[in-house]
Design a protein around this ligand. Structure first.
Ligand SMILES: [Zn+2]
Length: 332
């Protein structure tokens, strides 16, 4: 491993866990991310998501969602208590884990559906360590419109016109609790409204650039400009179909690290290096040629080197920017 990569505090802002869990991430698994692979890849920290699939917007659906979120957060907490691993709730705790050579687990929730109609659940989630919540997944929920409606759940193109009144109240509460607002999966209007409303800048923890690949999950130039104006972040994700249409280059070969870094290049050129990072979506569909598991992370740094990125920029992209945003949320 390149000495620069080995000395980095690297953080991946979006990793899923299998559910139900059938293996032990402290040992070798078939997952893209387990602790041995994080060590091998020189990655200190991962944001591990309690992912809640969108279901019906009724009491039974919301009841199931909170049961699943609670159980998944308990599992993420268990991961954080393993030997050589820390469950980290602040940027300083992540830095301390790095100093000790430990792995850092940061808990998060993917899909605001987990809170149902009950704002008081946000404080319970924060007490379980949660540092960001993705407002929606695919499909509208009671908080906001999603970039990808679920016709099978009865969604029309638009439900609320961006954020609902409950969604706005949730953002105010998340600001108070120091929970970051993840706008990945959100409809464009939801994202723009959230960026304007939130006191702490918003983050897309796993998304790509629409100018390079016209996918509804990607952020367009106006959204990038809003991230710049508000101090927000886009964490480029290793999802082939978000990087290039159909996950393939024009010559038919599968996308790889060069395509991934093309998206990072684009964000840097458009809005600056302070607004970009990495969120692989490993174990949630992420993985491209050359970056198939978290153990391949040094390959990304090698591509940064090839393109002449300086050491400070590489450190900012690989985690510095995300930790700064965590800190801003902690002070809010
Ligand atoms: Zn996702």
């Amino acid at each position: 491993m390149d000495a620069l990569h080995a000395g980095l505090l690297a953080l991946d802002s979006h990793i899923d866990i299998p559910w139900p869990v059938t293996d032990d991430p402290t040992g070798i698994t078939s997952r893209c991310v387990d602790f041995p692979k994080m060590r091998a890849g020189g990655v200190t920290a991962g944001c591990f998501a309690a992912y809640i699939p969108q279901g019906a917007l009724d009491d039974a659906g919301h009841g199931d969602a909170v049961v699943r979120a609670t159980a998944m957060l308990a599992e993420i907490g268990r991961m954080g208590r393993a030997e050589g691993v820390r469950l980290c709730e602040t940027a300083d705790e992540v830095r301390a884990a790095f100093g000790e050579g430990a792995r850092a687990v940061v808990a998060c929730i993917e899909n605001g559906y987990a809170m149902g109609r009950d704002l008081s659940r946000l404080e319970r989630f924060r007490r379980a360590g949660v540092r960001y919540i993705t407002l929606t997944h695919n499909g509208h929920n009671l908080l906001a419109d999603s970039a990808i409606p679920r016709r099978d759940l009865g969604d029309s193109v638009i439900r609320h016109g961006g954020l609902s009144r409950l969604g706005r109240a949730a953002i105010v509460e998340m600001n108070i609790l120091g929970i970051l607002i993840d706008v990945s999966h959100a409809h464009r209007d939801t994202m723009l409204q959230a960026a304007k409303l939130s006191k702490t800048p918003v983050v897309a923890t796993h998304a790509c650039v629409r100018a390079l690949c016209d996918h509804p999950r990607n952020l367009d130039d106006e959204q990038l400009r809003v991230l710049k104006d508000t101090g927000g972040l886009i964490q480029i994700t290793a999802m082939g179909s978000f990087l290039r249409r159909g996950g393939k280059r024009l010559d038919g070969t599968p996308v790889g690290i060069a395509d991934f870094v093309d998206h990072i290049d684009y964000v840097i050129e458009k809005i600056g290096v302070a607004h970009v990072g990495i969120g692989s979506d490993f174990d949630g569909g992420g993985g491209i040629e050359g970056f198939t598991t978290i153990a391949d992370s040094p390959n990304v740094t090698a591509e940064f080197r090839r393109r002449g990125y300086d050491d400070d920029s590489i450190a900012a992209i690989w985690g510095g920017n995300f930790l700064t945003l965590m800190e801003r949320a902690e002070r809010a």
